[in-house]
Design a protein around this ligand. Structure first.
Ligand SMILES: Nc1ncnc2c1ncn2[C@@H]1O[C@H](COP(=O)(O)OP(=O)(O)O)[C@@H](O)[C@H]1O
Ligand SMILES: [Mg+2]
Length: 249
């Protein structure tokens, strides 16, 4: 796992700034949720953390070292289907292992282990087009984690799934991450998802981080203090509404 820090980070496209002067610490090993309305720059921030978007000003550091580009140590998982449609589930999961130079036989074993962890044993030979949306996101989760990244950036990974599949994926993620020593930045605009998954929740608005709160509750909803969770929910909603984002098409 890896700690990440942004200092005075400004990001944008062409002439317009999306994020301006952001200072954010992501602690090694935590799951930090970045919540925010559509158009607030959540995806922009994740792309920059992953090294896929250069900053206009300020710095991003990973364990103290400046981030200047992508690295297999930092993996990005998207909402949209990012699987290669012509590769089987197994061959998709093998990709980050190939990038890391893992020999073919080992790649296959490790890919199948990951597919088992996400409940897809027996589906190794299927193409993405032969899988449901939830199953495709399981493959993507396996692919994201198979390369043993030290930091994982998840961009609304369950946003396109129906409520029941989404809840199942959240449970799966909690289980899988407990065995994966990675730092996670998880983007969502869903307050309940933020409160379920996050160790901390940062609310991103055009003015920067509007609210940053600890979520020191058990991840089992039944074991939570409903009053405390409701109070945290109210704070997040208030921060979201204080400075709503608008997309600038
Ligand atoms: N590739 C791009 N080129 C120009 N503007 C972009 C691009 N991607 C995003 N934007 C703009 O940047 C802002 C933030 O977008 P984004 O990071 O996708 O927000 P979010 O993920 O929070 O919905 C929006 O105003 C959006 O229109
Ligand atoms: Mg986005």
């Amino acid at each position: 796992m890896i700690g990440l820090r942004t200092e005075g980070l400004s990001l944008g496209y062409d002439g317009s700034a999306v994020i301006d002067g952001l200072d954010l610490d992501v602690r090694a090993g935590e799951l930090l949720v970045v919540a925010g309305a559509s158009g607030c720059g959540k995806s922009t921030l994740l792309r920059a953390l992953a090294g896929l978007l250069p900053s206009r000003a300020g710095t991003i550091r990973a364990d103290g070292a400046p981030v200047h580009g992508p690295s297999p140590d930092r993996a990005l998982m998207f909402q949209d289907d990012a699987l290669l449609p012509w590769r089987t589930a197994r061959r998709n999961v093998e990709l980050p292992l190939a990038i890391r130079g893992v020999p073919r036989a080992q790649r296959r074993t490790r890919a199948d282990e990951w597919l088992a962890r996400v409940g897809l044993t027996g589906h190794e030979h299927r193409l993405p087009g032969q899988l449901s949306g939830g199953m495709r996101q399981r493959v993507q989760l396996a692919r994201t984690l198979a390369g043993q990244p030290r930091a994982v950036f998840m961009d609304e990974p369950f946003g396109a799934l129906d409520a029941q599949t989404r809840a199942a994926m959240q449970r799966l993620l909690i289980g899988v991450l407990s065995a994966t020593p990675a730092t996670v930045v998880f983007v969502t605009h869903d307050v309940d998802e933020a409160l379920l998954l996050g160790d901390r929740v940062a609310v991103l608005t055009p003015g920067g981080i509007q609210e940053l709160l600890d979520v020191p509750y058990p991840r089992d909803p039944a074991a939570r203090d409903a009053v405390e969770v409701a109070a945290a929910r109210t704070r997040i909603l208030a921060a979201l509404e204080a400075q709503p984002c608008r997309s600038r098409p």
